[in-house]
Ligand binder design. Structure first.
Ligand code: SF4
Length: 361
């Protein structure tokens, strides 16, 4: 059960997901112990370096400009602001900073140059640097790698079938293409999804098929529970039950034994006991900090108290892979190409997205 396989089927994954919970926990914990130190958990800090005003229509996201939410938009942060936040995160126990910008895709130009400088700056602080900037081309991935990027996040969100019920402004194949572009570099891949968006158990299994059949499998897989934000198309979704989260984490652990499985959004509504069961089931990474982009998250000091109570230790940076080198901008081997890739725009109608867009505030 603990070998790395790239041929998981939906039926096999469903069989695992639906096992009696105690058996599922035991199997997942067994796989976890074979591949990881069960008392070590990686701590990442997510920084929203450019908030709101996004042209995409992701049904779960308060940053989509078309929905009427209370999000305050911000222009791109400065390198100095990012450095100050990274230092604060480091002193609070984080080994990784993940910078998120509410963009559809990266465009070559001064803003991307700034992001590259942020990557250089944080890598020099000896922290792992991750970016989540939307779709990127191979050349952009190479420029990020050269700056010292450790990981690129690009979530598949859900199954290919259900994706069409969530987003109409881009296709699943764009996500896979971006992951492929990242794979042409030494940057590790972070890709996961969200549960609680109205998807079926089959869709959850479908997403795990899509992730686990990637070769290599993503080095980290965030599992988010939907935070239903007022004004978004998913504002009325029922909260995810803790058992569903535990099942999802455990199944992810079994089908991707080497991956760091990250407990991401939705932790504020989970008890410490619930989170402890997720760690037992194979979660070995969390997002720390009082905000996850725009939604609330437990305070880092509360997390450290929980770690203390559970006997968990934060993972040191570069435990799984060596620190990348940073090449300074003036020595770069890659030029901005000003590409205009044809990312898809299916544009089909998603009734709940349309209704949220029409609603007045
Ligand atoms: S999830 Fe990302 S791409 Fe989608 S609307 Fe939000 S910020 Fe934009």
């Amino acid at each position: 059960m603990s070998e790395i396989r790239h041929n998981w089927t939906k039926e096999e994954i469903l069989e695992i997901y639906n096992k009696p919970l105690m058996e599922l926990l035991y199997d997942a914990a067994t796989v976890h112990r074979k591949h990881h130190d069960p008392n070590t958990v990686q701590v990442s800090t997510l920084l929203s370096i450019k908030t709101g005003g996004c042209p995409e229509d992701c049904g779960y996201c308060p940053q989509a400009a078309r929905y009427h939410t209370d999000i305050e938009g911000n222009d791109l942060m400065s390198v100095q602001q990012v450095k100050a936040q990274a230092l604060r995160a480091k002193s609070a126990g984080s080994s990784r900073v993940c910078m998120g910008a509410a963009w559809r895709n990266v465009k070559d130009g001064p803003e991307f140059d700034e992001v590259l400088e942020m990557v250089r700056t944080i890598n020099k602080l000896e922290m792992e640097v991750c970016c989540t900037l939307g779709m990127i081309t191979e050349n952009q991935a190479k420029r990020l790698a050269e700056a010292g990027l450790y990981a690129y996040n690009h979530n598949l969100d859900t199954s290919e079938e259900y994706y069409k019920e969530v987003i109409s402004t881009r296709g699943y194949e764009d996500r896979l293409q971006t992951i492929e572009n990242v794979r042409k570099t030494n940057v590790t891949v972070c890709s996961g999804g969200i549960i609680g968006m109205g998807e079926s158990t089959e869709d959850r299994a479908g997403m795990l098929v899509a992730l686990s059949t990637l070769d290599p499998q993503p080095e980290s897989v965030p599992i988010n529970a939907l935070v239903a934000v007022e004004g978004t198309p998913m504002e009325d979704q029922e909260p995810v039950e803790i058992w569903e989260m535990i099942r999802m984490v455990a199944t992810t652990r079994i089908v991707m034994p080497e991956t760091q499985v990250r407990l991401s959004a939705g932790r504020t509504s989970m008890s410490r006991e619930g989170q402890a069961m997720c760690f037992f089931a194979g979660a070995n990474s969390i997002f720390a900090g009082d905000k996850l982009l725009t939604t609330p998250n437990p305070d880092v000091h509360e997390d450290m108290q929980m770690f203390h109570a559970l006997g968990l230790n934060p993972q040191k940076p570069f435990t799984k892979k060596d620190q990348p080198q940073t090449v300074e901008a003036e020595n770069s081997l890659f030029q901005p190409l000003g590409e205009k890739p044809k990312w898809s725009r299916p544009g089909h109608m998603i009734p709940r997205n349309e209704m949220a867009k029409q609603k007045s505030k």
